[in-house]
Ligand binder design. Sequence first.
Ligand code: IPM
Ligand code: MG
Length: 352
Amino acid sequence: MKVAILPGDGIGPEVTRQAVRVLEALDLPGLTLFEGDVGGIAYRRHGHPLPAETLAMARAADAVLFGAVGDPSCDALERALRPEQAILGLRAELGLFANLRPAKTFAGLEGMSALRPEIARAIDLLIVRELNGDVYFGEKGTDTLADGRRRGWDMMSYAEDEVRRIAHVAFRAAQGRGKRLCSVDKANVLETSQLWRDVVSEVAGEYAEVTLEHMYVDNAAMQLVRDPGRFDVVVTGNLFGDILSDQASMCVGSIGLLASAATGDRTTAFGTFGLYEPIHGSAPDIAGQSVANPVATILSAAMMLRHSLGRESEAARIEAAVARTLGEGVLARDLGGSATTGEVGDAVIARL
Ligand code: IPM
Ligand code: MG
């Protein structure tokens, strides 16, 4: 089992370190970890946020564990050299079109939610975010209009096969959960969304046992705070999924808690090839202070064991250890506690 560890920028290395410690504590025979540079650190060391060696390492692995990228000192660089291009490039180059972002409230942490505890308690949803298309990867540019005004533009588009393949992922996920799928779009305004809605409805014919509903993204944002317990699986495009998953994290309590998996069609000897990362960013404001919450990255490692390495029982052990750690009040600063990043890692390892 070959795993590429890509810590990245800001708090990325701190949180990834704890996830690696948890993996090492499992003492899995045949697990080999390789480490590579991505993001701003890679730009400074190699002149590119996604160096060829790093991409090759990711391709050769069975799974990638990714920390975070983003570095304010790189914001003035041309877009192609900015740290974010590392994650966008990996998603595109590795064909990782399906992003699974589960959000579930931890017992005992209901009080940390931005919502009232009785509303937060019911949250157990999965956002299935398309990851290879949309306005993220469309043609884009800046120019100056004839009258001298500057303009920026980004092309939003989805081809039907791109919608169909993510719809299948979402329907299959719903089959394995509560059998309810909510497809989120903006079909009242956008042609891209109308096609999305039509194709998702077509695919629904193959999944008779799943109940499909369509919802406009503005309404979905509202329902997510009004009654998040109503959602089971949510499927949506790249941009809406980016926004709604950050929102879902604060409904659960902290963006430091949410893990994610990015997968595609490629399989490995043990499961599906994938890239696993916390949904949070590099948080440069708290980097290097040992206050970052490593839980999202540790839970991403658990998802990696489950989906890419065929190690369901170890994944479940990590998740149970994290739940106990949080339930017993070992909390980092984002959750109102004072445990350091390493102390949270220690607590999870002790409970494994
Ligand atoms: C995420 C992040 C990325 C995204 C950024 C870092 C490019 O916000 O994974 O949600 O927008 O997809
Ligand atoms: Mg995001």
